[in-house]
Design a binder for this molecule. Structure first.
Ligand code: PLP
Length: 416
């Protein structure tokens, strides 16, 4: 089994925003599992909701029958989506959610041609891997869909470097029109995009790019799918869905990860007319099962009742602001980026300015030693990504910032 850290960590328990390993060492979890434990660990509201469901004896009657909790959850998500006449279909994962969205879109448009973004990650099933372009995850997988990859978060390319946002957006939109005019052979079904690229290293297109794309897509009747598996539920602080940072209401949103606070649930929320087609009369045996929906209802209520979106904005600002300040005196830090509780530090070789995956690996080991967990990522493996539970307190934000800055100072000293 491939291990994430040099020395594997065996997590045996968790409480609040911390986990404990088999040696009794406690860590501030700045990756929330894998953005799964959105409201932390051992949350009484979630535990009690799951226990209440277990106590009914109906652990899983299959989705052949009416499941009250599933209907309640669907109604909440449809309302929150902002999509007119929205309907929801539940799955067990983000990959399945994207497969469903692609199935619906290709069916609705009668086309196997799809647009996706460079550096994207949408999962590793056959359809999802087709729209994934991040090479380290795609490897040499075959792609059953006919996909064109658009510019968005890849501003480091020489032709875009130093361009003001408005010019960059205009250049990308021009490129989209060019692709549609010259590179596709028939109608295109959809564009699928992450508002902030997760596995890609928390890289993002400038605000407004997707609004410009949406205008072109609407002219052509092409559907827009926002993959909110990492960016949903208020994580970016400034919006409930990441795509709202662009002022866009998509035709479909896919979601998963944090919704069940560790229990497996994902899904698609889409315009009703797209959901009413024959392809949508599907069934996922375990998608939206009673245990997962009980956990998800409790988690989503908690997020809304405690206004965790505002908390993400507040605590994220403390950390991102502090990291930016430190970056000014640490040549190994090439970039600090992010929004709310979704932020990343990219490490560079101070001599060449190029990506430094080995320094990022050292940074991650050092944060672990100091009691903080984070995630590796980015195109070159040179980025440390952080997405703590949305319940992070201001004290924990300062504590985590202190660990990150200390670890960066160590790596910076060693690199000299
Ligand atoms: N979409 C995005 C943006 C993701 O980050 C991921 C997983 O990391 C997926 C889809 C796939 O989700 P899952 O691993 O639940 O299948």
């Amino acid at each position: 089994m491939a291990l994430y850290y040099n020395e594997p960590i065996e997590i045996v328990g968790g409480k609040g925003n911390r986990v404990v390993d088999a040696n009794g060492k406690s860590y501030l979890d700045f990756f929330a599992g894998i953005l799964t434990n959105m409201i932390g660990y051992d949350v009484p509201e979630v535990r009690e909701a799951v226990e209440r469901q277990l106590a009914t004896g109906v652990v899983h009657t299959s989705t052949l029958y009416l499941l009250r909790g599933q209907v309640e959850l669907a109604e909440k998500i449809a309302r929150l989506s902002g999509i007119p006449d929205a309907k929801v279909f539940f799955t067990n994962s983000g990959t399945e959610a994207n497969e469903t969205a692609l199935l619906l879109a290709t069916y609705a448009r009668g086309s196997d041609q799809v647009l996706a973004m460079r550096q994207s990650y949408h999962g590793r099933s056959f359809g999802a891997i087709s729209v994934t372009s991040n090479r380290s995850w795609k490897n040499n997988s075959l792609s059953p869909l006919n996909v064109h990859f658009l510019h968005g978060a890849d501003r480091h390319l020489a032709q875009f470097r130093g361009m003001p946002d408005a010019d960059y957006i205009a250049a990308c939109t021009d490129d989209l029109r060019h692709v549609l005019a010259t590179a596709v052979s028939k109608d295109v079904a959809a564009l699928i995009a992450e508002p902030i690229q997760g596995v890609g290293g928390f890289t993002a297109a400038p605000d407004g790019l997707f609004a410009a794309y949406k205008e072109v897509l609407d002219e052509e009747g092409i559907l827009f799918v926002s993959d909110e598996v990492q960016t949903g539920w208020g994580r970016t602080g400034s919006a409930f869905w990441g795509i709202q940072n662009h002022g866009v209401v998509p035709d479909m949103i896919t979601f998963a990860k944090g919704l069940g606070n560790g229990f497996a649930i994902g899904g698609v929320v889409a315009r009703g007319d797209l959901m009413d087609g024959p392809q949508a009369i599907g069934l996922s045996t375990f998608g939206g099962n009673p245990i997962a929906t009980a956990a998800a209802n409790a988690t989503l209520d908690y997020v809304l009742d405690h206004d965790l979106q505002a908390n993400a904005a507040r605590t994220g600002d403390i950390i991102i602001g502090g990291l930016r300040e430190a970056a000014g005196r640490l040549p190994v830090v090439g970039d600090v980026r992010g929004r709310g509780l979704m932020f990343a530090v990219e490490l560079i070789d101070p001599a060449t300015g190029g990506p430094a995956p080995e320094l990022a690996a050292r940074f991650m080991e050092e944060t672990k030693r100091l009691g903080l967990l984070a995630g590796k990522g980015g195109l070159y493996g040179s980025t440390l990504r952080m997405a703590p539970p949305l319940t992070l307190t201001e004290d924990e934000a300062r504590e985590g910032l202190g660990i990150l800055v200390t670890a960066l100072e160590t790596v910076n000293d060693e690199a000299r």
